[in-house]
Design a protein around this ligand. Structure first.
Ligand SMILES: Cc1cc2nc3c(=O)[nH]c(=O)nc-3n(C[C@H](O)[C@H](O)[C@H](O)COP(=O)(O)OP(=O)(O)OC[C@H]3O[C@@H](n4cnc5c(N)ncnc54)[C@H](O)[C@@H]3O)c2cc1C
Length: 324
């Protein structure tokens, strides 16, 4: 194969976890197929991205520098990535499954008239083709697809692959010949909600609350537990629809698909649409007073009890454990 190019995103001077995961799976794919791993970044500092992508095994960093790329817009990033692909000529292009990655992948794939497998949790190079596995029907089944066009594209499900450093030297920086052109859209404002809250998209631990919380104020139980164990706050749709918490916290079919190492669900029944967003979590703990609640069918650890007693007791235990 000719190589793997990974679309990387840098936030606050650091490469996003989803990009580091995509680099890791890209490196393994390239190693097995006899190709080279490269990274692509748009805007920002090429030097620090070269060092970081190099640590994950990238030999080259295709860097597009322009003030037009400092903030994400689909049009400008598609144009810059297309130019990078023309220069790098990879066999495979990977994207972390972030909002931007999931926005960009189908646009660039359509522009180049190639296939893209979205939300994949397994990748192989088989008989000169990219073979990807992706959950379908709200996570009830898996589809294995071959992407037969070149370059083959895929968005990588966050947390499905661990980010592992390879101790490589800084990647060689290759400037992308990107010229900012006329665009039909421009970014006019960015609003960052609830400063200080971890995003469920990137979190290793998520504590989610459901209608069992009874009212908005009781999300404090979920927040306190999440803060105690360094996790993000998730929510069922019922609580979002009730206006108890913002939609950015919603896990599920019409919310975010997450796959953290630890997912704690308190007062969540486990409707199929909720499970669609979290059933691939590594460890699932459910707290529910109804022993028949469907969430227990996929939980690794189930606590049948009143969350208003169980959650504070859990926080106490965490505090004790931390004190030692
Ligand atoms: C097209 C479509 C898309 C959808 N997308 C999503 C989605 O993305 N995400 C999502 O979550 N849902 C989604 N839903 C809604 C989904 O079907 C459920 O209605 C929703 O997930 C239920 O939320 P819940 O578990 O918080 O509430 P409920 O189903 O009402 O469950 C509340 C649970 O709390 C337990 N409980 C009550 N009191 C306590 C207590 N004191 N201690 C412990 N446990 C307690 C109860 O036993 C119960 O199991 C979607 C539905 C449709 C039709």
């Amino acid at each position: 194969m000719a190589g793997v190019l990974v679309f990387c995103e840098v936030k606050d001077g650091k490469m996003k976890k989803a990009s580091r995961e995509a680099l890791t799976v890209g490196r393994k794919l390239a190693e097995k197929a006899g190709g080279e791993l490269s990274a692509f970044v748009a805007g920002g500092s090429a030097a620090s991205a070269a060092a970081e992508s190099g640590r994950y095994g990238a030999k080259k960093l295709y860097a597009a520098a322009s003030s037009a790329l400092d903030a994400y817009t689909t049009e400008s990033h598609v144009a810059a990535l297309q130019q990078a692909i023309e220069q790098a000529r990879p066999s495979v292009v990977l994207f972390g499954g972030t909002s931007n990655g999931r926005d960009l992948a189908p646009r660039i794939a359509a522009r180049l008239n190639v296939g893209v497998a979205s939300d994949v949790d397994r990748l192989e190079w088989v008989d000169g083709k990219l073979r990807a596995r992706r959950p379908v029907y709200s996570g009830k089944a898996f589809a294995t697809v071959d992407v037969t066009s070149t370059p083959a594209m895929a968005t990588v499900r966050p947390n499905a692959f661990p980010a592992e450093e390879a101790e490589g030297a800084a990647a060689e920086v290759v400037n992308v010949n990107y010229q900012a052109g006329e665009t039909k859209t421009k970014l006019v404002d960015t609003r960052i909600p609830e400063a200080g809250e971890l995003s469920i998209a990137e979190a290793d631990i998520i504590v989610s609350g459901g209608r069992g919380l009874k009212e908005a104020a009781n999300f404090s139980y979920i927040r306190d537990l999440a803060h105690a164990i360094g996790g993000a706050v998730g929510a069922s749709r019922a609580t979002v629809d009730a206006g108890w918490i913002d939609h950015q916290h919603q896990v599920g079919q019409t919310g975010r698909v997450v796959s953290p190492n630890l997912y704690i669900a308190a007062g969540v029944s486990g409707a199929i649409q909720h499970l669609a967003g979290m059933s691939t979590s590594k460890h699932i703990v459910a707290i529910n007073k109804d022993p028949e609640a469907p969430i227990f069918r996929i939980a690794d650890l189930g606590v049948v009890g009143d969350l208003f007693q169980v959650v504070p007791a859990l926080i106490e235990e965490v505090k004790k454990a931390k004190a030692h």
